[in-house]
Design a protein around this ligand. Structure first.
Ligand code: ADP
Length: 426
């Protein structure tokens, strides 16, 4: 204090510092001192005026605050997750150390581009919805690491509100779920491959056994035909023997036809088990079943379901299967699309005495709207070409129709109608 006072006096500068000062009761308290010179009209110092303010309580409170802030930051930074805060309008205004370390970016540099391009649209849409409703929300998406690799994160965002319920800001915690996500994906793709392989194996097996069963009587037909020829070319022809071999030929011919008939019966669809169904519920169910796939392919789903539709009498599993086939094909048709939004529109409605369901995609489109329903017609590398053929059998077994049409702009719309049968169903 003395040194500083001597220095300021020599330079004629004001003095300002904190020091401890003994109070009447012997307790040292921190005071803030400010001493200013008073100058005469020639600029010489005439007097020094000093002001002493007791700041002991204030400084103590400040230190406590600093301590608690340090403590809080430590708590936040040790949470094994990325923590961030955004303003009421969604603009990011704080990120913890882990965010900076993970992304390699400071707060000001962090933008939408740290999110995987395929996840940006749905993330922005969720943000918009949250800003409109002020509700907590979550999302699962990929964030780019400093080295350019993307990791899956589960993000949970909660609003902080004032006493009037106005949102003051948003607090977000993001947890790295990459390992479990990758495991899930591997599992899913293995399952997909397995089911495709099983289908192919089944077809191969069935074809082999068909070939075997049909071949036996056919071979026998050929042998007997040769024998018959021999008996007939005898001099004189042995009509009795020829007659006997002809009978064997007829018997084997019938037996081959039997095999074919049995196989046909095997492939005939199961008779539909009809119950009363709400078609809109089935649409919702199917979208739920395929939600991961839809999200992974960044597909925007729009539904336009007529809430006033009567119930229909139909086989739940079969109708569900038909819809899954159509939605699945739509997803695959949009797989290679990059120059436009991938959107899928599903609608339900009533036309006279029929219920019409439409699945409209923005995919690659079709060349021939009839051929696609033929069994084994496929343009996909691992396709079976059975999906639409089975769908057609199902719809027709329900007394309905299914058809495809190219959209005016891009993509295809698959539609099917089912009869609204009895009054009972209404
Ligand atoms: P798969 O999907 O195994 O090929 P499908 O019978 O379901 O069998 O479909 C047959 C073919 O019809 C597909 O390979 C594809 O060429 C065409 N197709 C089906 N749905 C669509 C669609 N939404 N957009 C374009 N093409 C389609």
């Amino acid at each position: 204090m003395t040194n500083e006072w001597l220095r300021c006096r020599a330079l004629g500068e004001p003095l300002e510092l904190d020091h401890r000062l003994k109070r009447f009761d012997g307790v040292y308290r921190l005071v803030h001192v400010r001493v200013d010179p008073l100058l005469d009209d020639r600029g010489r110092i005439v007097r020094w005026y000093g002001l002493l303010t007791d700041v002991d309580d204030q400084r103590r409170a400040e230190e406590a605050l600093r301590q608690s802030e340090r403590h809080l930051r430590l708590v936040v930074e040790t949470i094994p997750a990325l923590v961030s805060r955004s303003k009421a309008n969604g603009a990011l205004d704080y990120v913890d150390r882990r965010v900076v370390d993970y992304t390699g970016l400071e707060l000001e540099q962090i933008g939408l581009d740290v999110i995987h391009p395929d996840d940006q649209n749905s993330h922005v849409r969720k943000w918009r919805h949250a800003l409109e409703t002020g509700e907590p929300w979550d999302d699962t998406y990929r964030i780019r690491r400093a080295d350019g690799e993307f990791h899956w994160f589960y993000d949970r965002v909660e609003p902080l509100r004032d006493s009037d319920g106005r949102v003051l800001g948003w607090y977000a915690v993001k947890i790295d779920i990459n390992d479990s996500r990758e495991m899930e994906e591997t599992l899913r793709s293995t399952r997909r491959k397995l089911s495709a392989a099983m289908q192919i194996a089944t077809v191969a097996e069935v074809s082999a056994s068909i070939a075997h069963e049909v071949n036996q009587p056919l071979a026998s037909v050929v042998t007997n035909a040769h024998a018959c020829q021999a008996w007939l070319s005898h001099e004189p022809p042995n009509l009795e023997r020829a007659q006997a071999t002809l009978e064997r030929i007829i018997r084997d011919g019938h037996s081959a036809a039997d095999v074919v008939r049995r196989i046909r019966a095997l492939f005939k669809e199961a008779v539909p088990v009809k119950t009363l169904l709400d078609i809109n519920e089935i649409v919702t169910e199917v979208l739920r079943v395929l939600s991961d796939e839809l999200r992974d392919n960044s597909i925007i789903v729009e539904t336009q379901l007529d809430a006033g539709l009567p119930m229909i009498e139909a086989d739940h599993v079969q109708i569900q299967q038909t819809l899954i086939n159509l939605v699945h094909n739509a997803i695959e048709a949009m797989e290679s699309v990059t120059d436009r939004a991938k959107s899928l529109a599903i609608s339900s409605g009533r036309q006279g005495e029929e219920l019409v369901i439409q699945v409209r995609d923005q995919g690659v489109g079709i060349k021939d709207a009839t051929l696609v329903f033929e069994p084994f017609f496929t343009t996909k590398e691992s396709g079976m070409g059975m999906g639409l053929s089975i769908s057609r059998s199902i719809v027709e077994a329900h007394g309905g129709r299914i058809w495809a049409a190219a959209n005016e702009d891009v993509g295809t719309t698959f539609s099917f109608c089912l009869p609204l049968t009895s009054e009972r169903s209404a």
